[in-house]
Design a protein around this ligand. Structure first.
Ligand code: ASP
Length: 352
């Protein structure tokens, strides 16, 4: 038996030696696997609602597309240069916050009291850290303050005056509230107030025209070259909102969610329903617990769960492999996607 084992080990050694020799041989260039490029990608939305081609002029449409493209290219460049998903998300959102076209930052809708109250949030998929602000009136770029809450405070969500005091402490740009005034949004409020008065209803919630005509919230989700996901959302909320109403945008799990194990999501739509359906987290949870694809999860929540409750809106999302979803149950959603190869898709209406 001992001789047999010696004999066997001798042949094993020879065998291993042969393997080593083979491994040292120059590899056949034809067999060498192509170097795998890291996957990354970015998706944005600029709000969902009754966005119909017949109500849009060519110049309006072009103006929206210009800002969507500028915003997504900003984030894409950060990702291409190896920047983080969070940096791409916040810098992309800054571009849309600074544009009067969108209901976020400059261009935010008006409250019943004719003020602007802004909400925003961010979430980091690698750490599950998150930051949010609600009801701020003097913060030029609320998404930057949400990021500061995440990075520089022990809290997740700050609101109103306190959030602005915190902004001063961390050197976030404050502006006079008049910065947020735009004639277009002010006129929308006047129109709603008139409907409210004429029909004796609470226009925000009861009028079918009104409930379907809020749009312009902005959001972004990104996957960076290191496989990290991030999401962010920024909004002025709903026109004619009262009583310091807060929507889904600053609520982690409703308006924003990111988890490296699943996906990153940013929502837009009728916030009350998105809070009740916990839209962003629900999509992630379906992937995490049921193993369904991002597309299936997004479709289930946006085409079934939200409308079954009576709400409407949409989401953009990206998963850890760079698969994306741009799902909405309204007539349109301003949206754009750019992948690692730099291919750009921009859409506004449903049929695109
Ligand atoms: N979700 C936002 C809110 O309810 C509004 C929107 O997305 O248009 O505050």
């Amino acid at each position: 038996m001992r001789y047999f084992l010696l004999f066997a080990s001798f042949f094993l050694l020879i065998g291993c030696g042969n393997d080593t020799t083979q491994a040292k041989k120059d590899p056949d260039p034809k067999e060498e696997p192509a170097e795998k490029q890291p996957v990354f990608g970015i998706v944005i939305h600029g709000g969902a609602g009754t966005i119909l081609k017949k109500n849009m002029t060519d110049s309006m449409e072009a103006a929206y597309k210009v800002v969507l493209e500028e915003a997504i290219r900003r984030g894409h460049e950060i990702l291409r240069n190896g920047g983080t998903a969070m940096e791409a998300v916040t810098k992309t959102i800054n571009v849309m916050e600074d544009s009067p076209l969108f209901n976020a930052g400059k261009g935010a809708v008006f409250t019943h009291e004719e003020t602007n109250e802004l909400d925003a949030s961010v979430m980091d998929g690698a750490t599950l850290n998150a930051g949010a602000v609600a009801g701020v009136t003097r913060v030029q770029n609320p998404i930057d303050l949400a990021l500061a809450v995440m990075n520089n405070s022990p809290h997740v969500m700050l609101s109103g005056k306190g959030a602005e005091n915190f902004a001063e402490e961390v050197d976030i740009e404050l502006v006079d509230p008049s910065y947020f005034y735009t004639e277009r949004r002010f006129q929308s409020l006047q129109k709603l107030k008139k409907i409210e008065k004429d029909r004796h209803i609470s226009a925000v919630f009861e009028d079918p025209f009104i409930k379907d005509s809020k749009f312009g919230t902005v959001g972004c989700v990104a996957l960076d070259k290191n496989g990290n996901l991030a999401a962010g959302t920024s909004t002025g909320g709903m026109t004619n909102k009262r009583w310091n109403r807060i929507g889904d945008a600053p609520i982690i799990g409703a308006g924003t969610y990111a988890n490296n194990a699943t996906c990153a999501v940013s929502s837009t739509g009728w916030g009350e329903y998105f809070i009740r359906a916990m839209v962003a987290h629900d999509i992630s949870a379906m992937m995490e617990y049921k193993g369904v694809s991002l597309k299936e999860a997004a479709s289930e929540v946006i085409q079934k769960k939200v409308p079954d409750l009576g709400g409407n809106g949409g989401i953009v999302a990206i998963d850890k492999e760079g698969n994306i979803a741009m799902e909405f149950n309204t007539a349109g959603m301003y949206r754009a996607h750019m992948n690692a190869e730099g291919e750009l898709t921009i859409g506004i209406y449903k049929e695109e």
